[in-house]
Design a protein around this ligand. Structure first.
Ligand SMILES: Nc1ncnc2c1ncn2[C@@H]1O[C@H](COP(=O)(O)OP(=O)(O)OP(=O)(O)O)[C@@H](O)[C@H]1O
Ligand SMILES: [Mg+2]
Length: 214
């Protein structure tokens, strides 16, 4: 039996619950609606997708909210398949197309432990020591921290540092393979909100990229 075969049953259950509670897949969605429905579900939201999960489930449902062109979602599924071909799939949360609901495609993904703040903090502290060393600064001095915070936020904005931190978590060999894959398929927009933990391993949960004409 496929490792993820129960995912489709659980994902469908989530969609049926949402639809039964008045969720309109064609209407621009406000995250506040989830609270109003008072359902025992977790949810996240990005610029282009709502993500919903049952607290007992190992999967999340991803619903595109970027009306019009939704190629970025199917692109993510295709990228996962390409990662499998390269033996790199463990670095990407498994995903697939769950099915069509009211005429719109919805996606299913392995659930990770996601907390944007954790990855922001880790990325922040990760470079501090080398920053001080390169500039001959005392890491215990408040003035060093202040200098770093200016430098960090300037640098951090382009997400490069988050990707560097992510890659630094693997051996040199794996890291260069993952980097080559990311470059090859031009996966952009890897920020602290687009990764999570599977056990102790950081894994990408949004590798659809950004800028797909939406
Ligand atoms: N597999 C997952 N497991 C748990 N939580 C997830 C998962 N995928 C996404 N999330 C949560 O939902 C949020 C939105 O999901 P996602 O990043 O896929 O949406 P997006 O609209 O494409 O984001 P962006 O704004 O980065 O383009 C994430 O930041 C994360 O907090
Ligand atoms: Mg995202």
């Amino acid at each position: 039996m496929d490792r993820f075969s129960d995912a489709f049953i659980e994902g469908d259950k989530i969609m049926q619950t949402l639809l039964a509670n008045g969720f309109n897949i064609h209407k621009p969605f406000s995250i506040g609606e989830m609270n109003i429905w008072n359902m025992d579900m977790g949810y996240g939201c990005g610029a282009s997708r709502i993500v919903v999960w049952d607290n007992d489930s190992d999967y999340v449902v991803k619903i595109p909210i970027c009306y019009g062109d939704e190629r970025y979602c199917i692109h993510e599924v295709e990228l996962y398949e390409k990662a499998v071909e390269c033996g790199l799939e463990s670095h990407f949360a498994w995903c697939d197309c769950l099915g069509e609901y009211d005429g719109r495609n919805v996606y299913i993904m392995e659930r990770l432990d996601c907390n944007e703040n954790t990855f922001e903090d880790l990325t922040y502290t990760w470079r501090y020591e080398s920053y001080c060393e390169e500039r001959n600064l005392d890491p215990d001095e408040e003035s060093s921290r202040q200098k770093y915070s200016h430098y960090f936020w300037d640098f951090y904005c382009d997400d490069d540092l988050v990707l560097e931190w992510f890659l630094s978590q693997f051996s040199e060999k794996i890291s260069s393979q993952v980097r080559a894959f990311i470059d090859r398929w031009q996966i952009n927009d890897i920020h602290a909100g687009n990764m999570g933990y599977r056990g102790s391993q950081p894994v990408l949960c949004d590798y659809a990229g950004f800028g797909w004409s939406c």
